[in-house]
Design a binder for this molecule. Structure first.
Ligand code: GMT
Length: 374
């Protein structure tokens, strides 16, 4: 099959899932064409079946902005015609889904479109008043729509389109890449002292990631356990939480790593991970931690209960329950058997429910149905 994948390239779950899917499809012998503003950050493998097409901004003095959506639509038309694509898969509906639809209307080479909704493309960005009707239209016009959790599917049904059949294809993980085997003492020593337990948090530090609760629960934990908080990622909340750490007098116990491209080298060294998000259609970080046999402490919202098994692979709380989260972390960090049992259960669950082989085949079946029906 010749497949076009349109995605956001930056560090973040939807681009990551799109890239891993494309790499997996190419390994199965399919030709995959990524279309994005810059090369997706995980698209480092080389294969004659993998192509990257960058969308060149339209910079004409008459226009006050680079018209990205037109540029993307034009690029989809170009690639679809030049490579005779069988299907185009848009990851994150805004603006990809509408651009794919428009490209399909413009070109004579007809192709079905798949839209995968990842989260904020319908819950936050897509709810924005001017964008809402565009988003609803392109979701409705897609040949097939998939999303990453049952929670998210119900959300789309109740807020966007009751008539559309939406398939849930949970996000997935490569268990060879994310593995406890990659734990490495030298790497651990770069982050913490030998007698410190490591609590990790990874995010894009936006308000919905609730970094405030990360700091407050870690502050409570420090009264009981000698620990270090390692923060992976960057975003607008980093400066405010630095100030909060200063105010609480715990800045020395917190390591800010900034953006890292290979999370899989860091996660296996953590003793537990904390993710208290207010919104999360799925949470790739929790799945990555589980695959690395790291117990999770998280909020209990949206799609998270589909990922985490309460009490087995992690503990879930209301997003602002800093005390509950600190007690759960204390239990994990002071009871080695609990930490081991939960870690192992997490990896087992990741292998059973979220392994990449099964999910890639599920996407392929979805493509085949769309082609058959078109
Ligand atoms: O919208 C975001 O927060 C970013 C988005 C992304 O592109 O990384 O994350 C969403 O998609 C991920 C991959 O499917 C999910 O794991 C995240 O839970 C989801 N984020 C939200 O729902 C807030």
């Amino acid at each position: 099959m010749r497949i076009g994948i349109v995605c956001h390239p930056s560090i973040g779950g939807s681009g990551l899932v799109a890239t891993e899917l494309g790499l997996g499809l190419a390994k199965l012998g399919h030709e995959v064409h990524f279309i994005s503003s810059v090369r997706p950050f995980k698209l480092i493998e080389d294969s004659e079946l993998l192509f990257f097409h960058s969308v060149e901004a339209i910079n004409y003095p008459l226009f006050s902005d680079p018209l990205y959506t037109f540029a993307l639509t034009a690029k989809i038309v170009e690639v679809v015609e030049q490579y005779q694509l069988d299907i185009v898969h848009a990851h994150y509906s805004i603006p990809h889904s509408l651009c794919a639809y428009l490209a399909g209307e413009i070109t004579e080479h007809k192709f079905p479109t798949i839209t995968t909704i990842h989260g904020t493309d319908v819950t936050i960005v897509g709810q924005d008043k001017p964008l809402y009707p565009l988003n609803r239209f392109s979701i409705h016009k897609s040949s097939k729509v998939t999303t990453v959790s049952a929670y998210q599917r119900n959300y789309i049904y109740s807020h966007f389109d009751k008539r559309k059949t939406i398939e849930v294809i949970h996000n997935f993980i490569d268990l060879d890449v994310f593995s406890p085997k990659l734990a490495d003492i030298e790497m651990r020593r770069k982050m913490a002292k030998d007698d410190e337990k490591i609590v990790m948090h990874a995010s894009n530090f936006r308000a919905l990631k609730n970094s405030d609760t990360v700091i407050r629960s870690f502050y409570l934990l420090l009264k009981k356990v000698n620990a270090r908080l390692v923060l992976l990622g960057s975003g607008p909340e980093v400066e405010p939480i630095k100030k909060l750490c200063e105010k609480l007098g715990i800045l020395k116990q917190v390591t800010f790593m900034g953006d890292v491209t290979h999370v899989e080298h860091y996660l296996p060294n953590a003793d537990c991970i904390i993710q208290p998000s207010y919104r999360e259609s799925f949470s790739m970080v929790l799945l990555e931690a589980m695959a690395c046999s790291v117990p999770t402490v998280s909020s209990n919202i949206d799609g998270i209960p589909e990922v985490v098994a309460q009490g087995e692979t992690g503990f879930m709380f209301d997003p602002d329950d800093a005390l509950g989260m600190s007690l759960a972390m204390e239990q994990i960090l002071t009871e080695p058997l609990t930490q081991k049992r939960m870690g192992e259960a997490g990896r087992k669950r990741a292998a059973k429910l979220f392994n990449s082989q099964d999910k890639i085949l599920q996407y392929l079946a979805c493509y085949r149905d769309a082609i058959k029906e078109s």
